[in-house]
Design a protein around this ligand. Structure first.
Ligand code: APR
Length: 236
């Protein structure tokens, strides 16, 4: 468990050209959650759901990490045991910036993976369409699905989030509206806390945060990293 928890959301990838969910023109303005991202929609709306995630997967292929991803990866590599990197994002921009698989937790799944609906085996498929990879599980022949946590489904990696929250002394929140994860509560649990979003969110009470940056992540990240380094140097 680490002293510093860095928790990101869609906003950190916005400057790399990946749409957020709830900003104007975000993904949920253009698609209905209940059609493509709700528990059960693989039973009622399988083709549209697969098509939605196929499009997301193809979309991220050419996207590149921005300065914020890169600085966070550098920080993690400088203080491997003192920093935990958790993200709600299903893209691979931290990986493209050089983070190792075991140095990041994707709380809501990962676009480059499919999961078997029968045996739960996970398959890395890169950027191809689901059906082009396989129509059924190579092991047990059940149907495959995007390895994404839909609304109303269990998110097994929240257990890691809970463990990290119990131990961390500084939490850094970047690019999340707080509609899914209650980051105001997380700030209340933690000694020190930093919030960076483009603008205030109705779902976040920023008065609970030690420092607040309403700015693009690439503009705020330099000062955030300085703060984290100073915090770690003073507590190590
Ligand atoms: N820099 C920093 N923050 C930004 C930027 C930017 N360049 N652009 C947008 N933001 C902020 C917005 O101000 C907003 O608060 O990013 C946030 C994006 O919020 P959402 O679209 O709600 O994304 P997120 O909080 O990650 O969504 C959480 O909801 O749809 C589900 O499972 C999906 O993981 C996702 C979860």
């Amino acid at each position: 468990m680490s002293k510093v928890l860095i928790l990101s959301g869609a906003g950190i990838s916005a400057e790399s050209g990946i749409s957020t969910f709830r900003d104007s023109d975000g993904l949920w303005e253009n698609h209905a959650i209940e059609d493509v991202c709700m528990a059960g929609c693989l039973d009622t709306n399988e083709e549209a759901t697969k098509k939605f995630y196929d499009a997301r997967r193809v979309d991220i292929k050419a996207k590149t990490p921005n300065y914020a991803h890169k600085l966070i990866v550098e920080l993690k590599q400088k203080y491997p045991n003192d920093i935990s990197v958790l993200t709600q994002n299903v893209d691979d921009l931290f990986e493209k910036a050089g983070i190792a698989d075991n140095e990041i937790v994707h709380l809501h799944g990962f676009l480059r993976e499919l999961r078997c609906r029968g045996c739960n085996k996970i398959f890395e498929i890169g950027y191809v369409n689901q059906d082009n990879y396989a129509k059924e599980c190579p092991s047990c022949k059940s149907k495959l699905r995007p390895n994404i946590v839909f609304f109303g489904e269990p998110a097994p990696k929240y257990e890691i989030l809970t463990q990290e929250l119990n131990k961390c002394e500084l939490i850094v929140i970047i690019g999340t509206s707080g509609n899914v994860l209650d980051v105001t509560y997380f700030a209340q649990l933690t000694g020190k806390s930093i919030l960076n979003n483009l603008e205030p969110s109705e779902a976040i009470d920023d008065s609970y945060f030690t420092k607040v940056y309403y700015a693009k992540a690439t503009e705020a990240i330099g000062e955030i990293v300085e703060y984290v380094e100073e915090f770690l140097e003073n507590t190590l």
